[in-house]
Design a protein around this ligand. Structure first.
Ligand SMILES: [Zn+2]
Length: 156
């Protein structure tokens, strides 16, 4: 899934759960669960480092949305968010994709089992048309991002 979806769902885990250790563990589990939903990705196994401008845009969008949420709700006041927990939720929600990056681009072979497990969760194989990044393949991304956003903004 796109990183914005993982950032928002990780922020939600961080906003709703008090114990930072549970935030970390649950954020990783949520990442793997979300990847079970059919989705396209803008990078695939053939992507080169020059394609990473897409990652930069994705991260900017995700972090900007979180900044807006923190601005709206106010951080670390009685009614606000724990910014620390939100940060932990985001970091650990992104971690599985970061390990794929380390494996593919920095050749960290020891991460191969993690990468294989992660890849095996996807319902379509890397490179097939169903994994292309397009609106009809990414409706779950949109829905999950919207739900996370709405809960983050409205639930206090
Ligand atoms: Zn993933």
């Amino acid at each position: 899934m796109i990183l914005t979806t993982h950032i928002l769902s990780g922020a939600l885990v961080g906003a709703e759960i008090k114990n930072p250790f549970y935030v970390a563990v649950i954020s990783i589990i949520v990442h793997f669960l979300l990847d079970l939903f059919p989705h396209g990705d803008y990078l695939n196994k053939k992507s080169r480092l020059k394609d990473f401008w897409k990652v930069a845009i994705d991260l900017v969008i995700g972090f900007s949305l979180v900044a807006v949420i923190i601005f709206i709700r106010g951080g670390t006041s009685s009614n606000g968010l724990s910014i620390g927990n939100v940060a932990i939720g985001i970091i650990f929600s992104l971690l599985p994709d970061f390990t794929t990056f380390l494996y593919r681009y920095l050749n960290m072979e020891f991460l191969k089992p993690v990468k294989n497990f992660h890849e095996s969760l996807h319902c379509y194989e890397n490179g097939v048309p169903e994994r292309e990044f397009r609106l009809k393949n990414n409706l779950w991304d949109i829905l999950i991002s919207l739900i996370s956003l709405i809960i983050l903004i409205s639930l206090h």
